[in-house]
Write a new protein. Structure first.
Length: 410
């Protein structure tokens, strides 16, 4: 048993070491951006409150960014199919960095909303460009590994950014006692933004294809993508897959506190457990696809995540709920790299960017809708009903994905 595990680890390491130069540079880019992501998701909401805005404005700010990213996705995909994924990453990083600087330089509401839109455009370009870039700069046998490692690197860097933003403001106030809380948050976020901006250096050093082949006019790319059965099936199954979790996952911490009596410290422990499970899940994706295939692994992982999702809502004590949440998170994150890998394999290379944008938009708009619907149902029907509904939708999504794509994999 230990010999088999050792062989698997050595094979994994061998494949990772064999990644192309561009692939390794992409991992560095994601690590730098991930630090900024982790920092912003930790203290940006606190910063907004500290500069005298209320929760209502914070909600508008977050919603504006989410909608802007979703609406930008399709144009971003069309642009990437025209200019190449590397150029899309470069423009996205530059636009995102400019948006962050503007966002942290002003305290006027409408300018902050505009700044969030700029950041969202950059984020959309970066996200949409990743999958076609990985598909271009990886060999077929290593592609799933690269998708998995890229996802894990981003999450781990996000943990580093989160820890930095948790410690740095207090340290800055210790060095400069007259520094306000808001200013300490701003300095921390600017430093993390600067770290993210460093991603421009490896992006510039990436090798690009001298002459992309098969480039189509934007209108033809859009027509070809939206006439594709594969793209339409990816959008529909992505909608179902994200709806199941989107209705309840954003409320896990509230559920732990209100229904199971978790303290703030225990909620933090549950968050660490979930992050650990997500990293392990992404790294295990190649192993799962090796046994079950890309489609089979996505279907199986999502299918078996459903009972764990329901078990969270039925758990009598916090420890069991966190254990079930970790198992569900592991399985859900295992499917991410596999879903992205498969989506790039079943469409022509000239519409990969547009395909990535369609899946990005369907997932994110559904997550937004699911959060709204889930909150309303929790208030009207209670947590148990929403856990049951979410797990049922997850089962339907797993079956739909298998039925939609089993013939493609065969």
């Amino acid at each position: 048993m230990f010999t088999m595990a050792g062989d698997a680890i050595r094979r994994y390491a061998h494949i990772v070491m064999g990644f192309s130069r561009n692939a390794k540079l992409l991992l560095l880019v994601l690590a730098l951006i991930g630090v900024s992501y982790g920092s912003f998701t930790t203290i940006f909401v606190l910063y907004v409150i500290e500069i005298n805005f209320d929760e209502a404005f914070l909600g508008r700010l977050i919603a504006t960014g989410a909608v802007a990213a979703a609406l930008t996705a399709i144009p971003a995909g069309l642009l990437i199919d025209r200019i190449g994924a590397r150029n899309g990453l470069l423009i996205g990083a530059a636009v995102g960095a400019a948006g962050v600087v503007l966002l942290l330089s002003v305290t006027t509401a409408w300018v902050m909303l505009l700044s969030v839109i700029v950041v969202a455009v950059g984020v959309a370009l970066i996200y949409v460009a990743q999958a076609p870039f990985i598909a271009t700069w990886s060999a077929e046998e290593e592609r799933t590994y690269l998708f998995s490692v890229a996802a894990a690197v981003f999450v781990l860097a996000g943990i580093g950014g989160s820890l930095f933003s948790g410690i740095a403001p207090g340290e800055f106030r210790g060095i400069w006692p007259d520094l306000s809380v808001a200013s300490s948050y701003r300095v921390t976020l600017l430093i993390s933004g600067a770290i993210s901006a460093l991603s421009l250096l490896p992006l510039v050093r990436m090798r690009i294809l001298s002459q992309p082949s098969g480039v189509l006019p934007g209108r033809e790319v859009a027509k070809k993508a939206f006439e594709s059965f594969a793209v339409r099936r990816l959008a529909l199954t992505g909608l179902l897959l994200s709806l199941g979790g989107g209705m309840i996952v954003p409320f896990f911490n509230v559920f732990f506190q209100q229904e199971l009596g978790a303290s703030t410290e225990m909620v933090s422990v549950a968050r660490v457990a979930g992050i650990t499970a997500s990293v392990l899940g992404t790294l295990m994706a190649p192993w799962a696809s090796g046994y079950l295939g890309l489609v089979g692994a996505v279907m199986a992982a999502r299918f078996f995540s459903a009972p764990f999702l329901l078990a969270i809502g039925l758990a009598p004590v916090l420890a069991l709920a966190v254990a079930f949440m970790s198992a569900r998170t592991f399985l859900a994150y295992l499917t991410g790299p596999l879903y992205a890998d498969f989506s790039m394999r079943i469409v022509p290379h000239e519409i990969r960017g547009t395909t990535s944008s369609v899946t990005f938009m369907s997932w994110n708009l559904t997550l937004a809708l699911g959060s709204w619907l889930g909150g309303w149902l929790i208030m009207s029907q209670g947590y148990t009903f929403v856990f049951l509904l979410s797990s049922s939708i997850t089962l339907i999504a797993a079956a739909s994905y298998w039925l939609a794509f089993r013939s493609y994999e065969e």
